[in-house]
Design a protein around this ligand. Structure first.
Ligand code: AMP
Ligand code: MG
Length: 320
């Protein structure tokens, strides 16, 4: 087994020669994990079918789940997609940023789009990601750098935990800023359809004059935690923690407004932005030492709606 190459960089002012080393691996068809503003991505040359196939293999990702293509400039979008008026307008406002647009595809391998007619395109708002794409001189597919169905990685150590023995390198740029994934928006219909809830909220899109409908019904198991996961309203947290403890289970609590007496407690933060940033990392930490995790519910508005959607997916697919 080959050891993973860990390339440490300054996330704000990445050292060019270090990112160049990672870009060389990508150009040769290798797999390199790297930080974006949302979560860590697992990057490969989107035009190299063999490299893309390896991404599906190492993640254990179903072949019918298409990959988002990451670009560093708008020109690349025009090369791989048939950009329409609404996509153009959204690119003006949200690129670079945590919004992926599904547009009719042009010149891009079928394996990337899972044989569908559309391609999802995004420009990450992160100096390391942008430099890597630029130096690789090709758009990159970059799904979250976790085993398919596990929690998305927000730190380099999460990637190493899941994929350390299966990929060629990781660029370690520290903890990510946002902590939940990009929003996936299909702009081929009117109203545009939110296929995956994420960091750009429906409210933000509507504010930009885009009519949207939420149809996030992703059919795949996401966010399996190793401990059983429950969500509780603030005033139910204490009771639930107590109940599980009384049964002799080790309980972990992820709290926002409450202070509960669990075996292990992680505080998620005050604002929705803080909760989003800390959520996956907190769940990864808790699942290591407890049997049951109880997470405090948030209000389903703005970013809170995406956070609750992620938690619901995790509950639906818990291990027992
Ligand atoms: P991930 O790679 O884990 O960030 O997940 C990307 C998500 O984007 C997938 O689960 C898909 O639902 C969605 N997606 C990517 N490409 C397309 C596409 N061409 N058409 C529709 N949805 C897409
Ligand atoms: Mg993912």
């Amino acid at each position: 087994m080959k050891a993973i190459r860990v390339i440490k960089v300054n996330s704000e002012r990445p050292e060019r020669e270090r990112v160049e080393e990672a870009a060389r691996i990508i150009r040769k068809g290798g797999l390199v994990a790297f930080p974006t503003e949302t979560v860590y991505g697992l990057g490969a040359d989107a035009m190299n079918e063999r490299a893309v196939r390896r991404i599906f293999e190492v993640k254990g990702r179903p072949a019918k789940n298409p990959l988002i293509v990451h670009v560093s400039n708008k020109q690349q979008v025009y090369e791989i997609a048939q950009v329409n008026g609404i996509a153009e307008k959204l690119m003006e406002t949200f690129f670079p940023g945590p919004l992926a647009l599904v547009i009719d595809k042009k010149d891009i391998p079928d394996i990337v789009t899972a044989g569908t007619g559309g391609v999802a395109v995004r420009m990450p708002d992160h100096p390391v990601a942008l430099m890597l794409i630029e130096l690789a001189n090709t758009p990159l597919v970059a799904p979250s750098a976790n085993i398919s169905g596990r929690l998305s990685p927000t730190k380099a150590e999460h990637v190493i935990e899941d994929l350390g023995d299966r990929i060629d390198a990781i660029i370690d740029g520290g903890e990510v800023k946002i902590g939940i994934e990009s929003t996936v928006l299909d702009v081929r219909s009117k109203p545009a359809k939110i296929l995956r809830m994420g960091a750009v909220t429906p409210e933000m899109l509507e504010k930009a004059g885009i009519e949207v409908e939420v149809v996030d019904t992703r059919p795949f198991g996401h966010y399996r935690t190793k401990a059983r996961l429950y969500v509780a309203k603030p005033n139910e947290m204490e009771v639930m923690v107590e109940e599980f403890s009384r049964k002799g289970l080790k309980v972990g609590a992820a709290c926002i407004t409450t202070r509960c007496d669990a075996e292990k407690v992680v505080w998620l933060g005050r604002s929705m932005e803080e909760v989003a940033k800390n959520l996956f990392s907190a769940l990864r930490e808790l699942e290591k030492s407890v049997d049951v995790i109880v997470v405090e519910e948030v209000e389903r508005k703005g970013l809170g709606r995406a956070i609750m959607k992620k938690l619901e997916e995790a509950i639906l697919h818990r291990s027992s």
